[in-house]
Design a protein around this ligand. Structure first.
Ligand SMILES: Nc1ncnc2c1ncn2[C@@H]1O[C@H](COP(=O)(O)OP(=O)(O)O)[C@@H](O)[C@H]1O
Ligand SMILES: [Mg+2]
Length: 237
């Protein structure tokens, strides 16, 4: 579904993504883990066209997308739940979802049917329909952010550290939701700083360090690998 071939991304002189290649097959649940500053967010931004790549190729469903605008990539079927959620705080839940539908140039009928699907996934949002997103709890805002990303029914959903700052119980609920979204047919690339959590929920993982992929395997193998156990799970040899 997604094939990244040897991409590089720079912020001025900062070489944030160094010759990264990565593949996601249709129906997979993949995680991208790594320390702060490794380049995880930059990789997601490069995929969705928010940060230009300086060379290499990104192919989505057989089409080259690395030169496309973010809007067109979203319309082609990739959605992102950005770091820090970033809902529109002064907009109601309804308005937050409508903004997404407009950005996708959905028709009124498409928007209605997308909203219905999102509300089936997140029934709690129905109760908060007219509430301003900024007055909701972190977990509820995350639902709005995910709901917004699901408008237009993306084939590939990118999530950037959705568990950050949420209480453990809320994180557990969120992970159940992600599993449901995946089971319903959406391919997922989950970026997480919570390595244990990410490796438990995903099927396959990539480990990034200073702009490079340094390991990739099934999550089962990664969980028992030395590099993960020592560096991320705090286990001694
Ligand atoms: N807007 C920016 N301008 C300059 N450097 C940036 C910018 N955003 C990120 N970086 C740098 O790029 C590297 C990767 O950052 P990022 O992708 O945010 O990492 P992660 O998401 O893994 O924490 C870091 O060295 C960071 O300082
Ligand atoms: Mg990040």
């Amino acid at each position: 579904m997604l094939r990244i071939k040897s991409i590089d991304t720079y912020y001025g002189h900062v070489h944030a993504i160094k010759d990264i290649s990565l593949e996601i097959k249709s129906g997979e649940f993949v995680t991208l883990i790594g320390a702060n500053g490794a380049g995880k967010s930059t990789l997601l931004k490069s995929i969705i066209g928010l940060q230009p790549v300086s060379n290499g190729e990104i192919e989505f469903l057989g089409q080259r997308i690395e030169a496309n605008s973010s809007d067109s990539i979203i319309r082609q079927g990739i959605s992102i739940v950005p770091e820090g959620r970033r809902v529109f705080p002064d907009f109601t839940v309804a308005e937050n979802l409508a903004v997404s539908a407009r950005a996708r140039r959905s028709s009124t009928a498409e928007m209605k049917s997308d909203i219905e699907k999102v509300l089936i996934q997140f029934p709690k949002l129905k109760e908060r329909w007219k509430q301003k997103a900024g007055t909701m709890s972190g977990g509820e805002q995350q639902m709005v952010a995910i709901g917004r990303a699901l408008m237009g029914r993306p084939k590939l959903l990118l999530l950037d550290e959705p568990s950050l700052g949420l209480a453990p119980l809320i994180v557990a609920e969120l992970m159940v939701k992600l599993k449901e979204i995946h089971a319903a047919g959406t391919t997922i690339l989950l970026v997480e700083q919570n390595v244990t959590l990410a490796l438990k929920i995903a099927q396959r993982g990539y480990l990034m360090e200073t702009g490079e992929i340094i390991a990739t395997d099934t999550t089962e193998n990664l969980l028992s690998s030395d590099v993960i156990r020592k560096a991320y799970l705090g286990m001694e040899e």
